[in-house]
Design a protein around this ligand. Structure first.
Ligand code: DC
Length: 246
């Protein structure tokens, strides 16, 4: 693919002020959002697009997972004020760019343990709680003020970065997504039952789509990409074509 820098990216919507900086015009970084359900391949695609563009990527699901792991199972029942206190001092930052981007919590890389299926389910439960979403939304926005980003998650285009210049939403059936996840786990030497993975994805989809705050849904101005039968590189091509880079 072509070599370019973020400065050469077509400027469809320049110079907007950030919603969370009232009265102050903040230079607009390039934000590309990539949302979709669990297992839709967002992280792989976001990492590859970020590498193409030479900018950082943000795995917002990893933020929910990291918080869930730190607070443990059933933390979603802790109550608003306790959660606010426990989350008040957490500091997320990004290091590096492209595929090398690292998300740090309190200056440390996130533990591999956040990838456990169980932690994904905890994260999905915690993500229903308004105070948790508010705190992480502010953290995500401040990362986007500091650096250009490919931001992936559930509500990046619809809620966190509504002013993003380019928005994408990846779709695929639970069966296709579970199969992809099953193969990934197998490559990592982990044997999972495929039917259990499908059931788990369906339950998480249901929770993520039907929660009252920031449910999983495409932003009105997002480009929908059905990833069925597409390799990550094909999806990346669609994204960079849409941005106007090839
Ligand atoms: O993308 P993931 O599967 O790692 O995300 C884990 C959970 O975190 C997901 O089931 C719901 C929640 N999440 C969210 O509510 N909003 C986001 N932007 C990202 C993740």
């Amino acid at each position: 693919m072509a070599e370019y820098s973020p400065e050469t990216i077509p400027d469809r919507n320049p110079c907007q002020s950030m919603e969370n900086a009232p009265g102050r015009l903040v230079e607009q970084r390039l934000i590309i959002t990539l949302d979709g359900p669990a297992g839709s391949g967002k992280t792989t695609v976001a990492r590859m697009v970020a590498t193409e563009l030479g900018i950082a990527y943000l795995d917002s699901g990893a933020m929910f997972r990291a918080v869930a792991l730190r607070l443990g199972g059933h933390s979603w029942n802790m109550g608003r004020e306790t959660l606010r206190e426990r989350l008040a001092d957490l500091e997320f930052s990004l290091r590096g760019r492209g595929g090398e981007t690292e998300l740090l919590l309190d200056g440390e890389p996130l533990a591999e343990e956040i990838r456990r299926e169980e932690v994904g389910m905890w994260a999905s439960n915690l993500a229903k709680v308004g105070v948790v979403r508010d705190i992480l939304k502010q953290a995500q926005r401040s990362l986007g003020v500091r650096t250009s980003l490919v931001a992936e998650g559930r509500d990046m285009g619809s809620v966190v970065f509504p002013q993003a210049r380019y928005k994408f939403f990846l779709e695929a059936t639970p069966e296709e997504r579970a199969k992809r996840r099953w193969l990934q786990l197998k490559e990592m030497g982990v044997e999972e039952d495929l039917d259990a993975l499908v059931a788990n994805l369906r339950q998480r989809d249901d929770q993520d789509r039907n929660r009252p705050i920031a449910p999983l849904k495409p932003a009105d101005d997002a480009v929908l990409i059905n990833t069925a039968g597409l390799a990550p590189v094909d999806v990346v091509l669609r994204v960079v074509q849409e941005i106007g880079l090839v």
